[in-house]
Ligand binder design. Sequence first.
Ligand code: NAP
Ligand code: MG
Length: 471
Amino acid sequence: MRRGKAARERAPTAERETQQYTVINPATEQPVTAVAQASGPETDEAIARAAAAQQAWRDVSPGDRGRLLRSFAAEVDAHIDELAALEVAGSGHPVGAARWEAGQVRDVLMYYAAAPERLIGKQIPVAGGLDVTFAEPLGVVGLIVPWNFPMPILSWGMAPALAAGNAVIAKPAQMTPLTAIRIGELALAAGLPEHVLQVLPGKGGVVGQRLVDHPAVRKIVFTGSTEVGQQIMAGCARHVKRVTLELGGKSANIVFADADIERAAATAPYAVFDNAGQDCCARSRILVEAGVLDRFMELLEPAVKGIRVGDPAAEGTEMGPLISAAHREHVASYVPEGAPVAFLGSAPEGPGFWYPPTVLAPVATDDRAYTEEIFGPVVTVTPFSDEAEAIALANDTPYGLSGSIWTGNVGRAIRVARGVETGNLSVNSHSSVRYWTPFGGFKQSGLGRELGPDALDAFTETKNVFIATQE
Ligand code: NAP
Ligand code: MG
């Protein structure tokens, strides 16, 4: 009898046995720290806590919600260097970039901290009464965050979701949980009520899957691969769960002969090798008008060779390592023996998941280096003959996230910008994401838009209420 009871008590304990995941510094291959991984039952408990906390959070007055989010932003601001150091150690981001990323969390929080008092409904003229709309929170929102930009991508979902009165459960990528965990602590230090924001480290197939499957989670914001994004969308369909997807890209950097070729060539490496190419916005296909191809390549070579690749903790480093050995192997598979390597940048010897900036040309347009997202520092260069061909090449991909257009002709800039099927384009620049403008993809690069003034719409439901005035 006693034995039986003990066995019954042990069963759930075994199911809950805490798994640990050791975070590895990608620049040294040394362990950084071990992080407890949430189980399925623990995820369910977190969802229940979030649902309860959300009931009170939605009733916090708009002014107080805004004030709490400003305090949260101030906490982040006071810990920029600490957060950056965590991202250097846990993700291999160059320290300058990591500071910018932590600053982005602060800025996105500040931007949406102004939202609670501005979630203004409409009063619509009707006969016999008053008709008003409310922007109601959804409830519990699940954020599934990838490893490439752990801090910014967390903030893009977290800040507007909280501002709109939702509770948030964030699942960082298994490989890069450290900054998200710290940001969760900073939220509590800023005075956010407990369980309004929970950071739940764990595996995608466990914690992420549970967020998708659990009916009390009313929305999923996912950034990552198109393949997993498709599964998540299918999973969400069972509950008609709201979903925002930011997926892969294979963006074009189109350089016309009438452009400032010096600037186009000098900046092209940073548009693809930033974050070691682990960027969904990477302009990983350079398309160059045939007449200036030779000149462009001449100028591109020193720009690529000049990229400072090395210790991410050192000030001035421009490119760090890839995230993991497995990912480096995946990237290297796009540059097999005999690949048309035009030139290479540098990479340190020794430990670390290093891969040099690599330019491939000429590459056939059916080569997988040209058609697939590599997510590493590998770029292809392809000539085109005229504007129509440039647009056709840029659009010949299932993706549509970003892109750049270099030309001195303003009419052409506008024609091509309207012709390229992507969500975010820069003309004569490679602008990165601005938190106050909308960001998202066409085609298989995603669904919905994040950031900018309209992101609140993605975290609220419109409720229409008619109040009769007749007696
Ligand atoms: P991924 O598998 O799509 O991972 C993204 C996030 O989804 C991670 O938090 C992951 O958890 C989680 N996840 C994985 N399977 C899941 C599931 N069945 N249900 C719910 N959540 C799940 O991406 P990856 O494997 O890291 O990278 C593969 C490729 O995706 C890259 O090479 C790149 O091409 C692309 N990618 C794109 C972006 C982007 O910004 N658009 C970002 C990352 C990757 P784990 O922690 O367990 O992985
Ligand atoms: Mg994966």
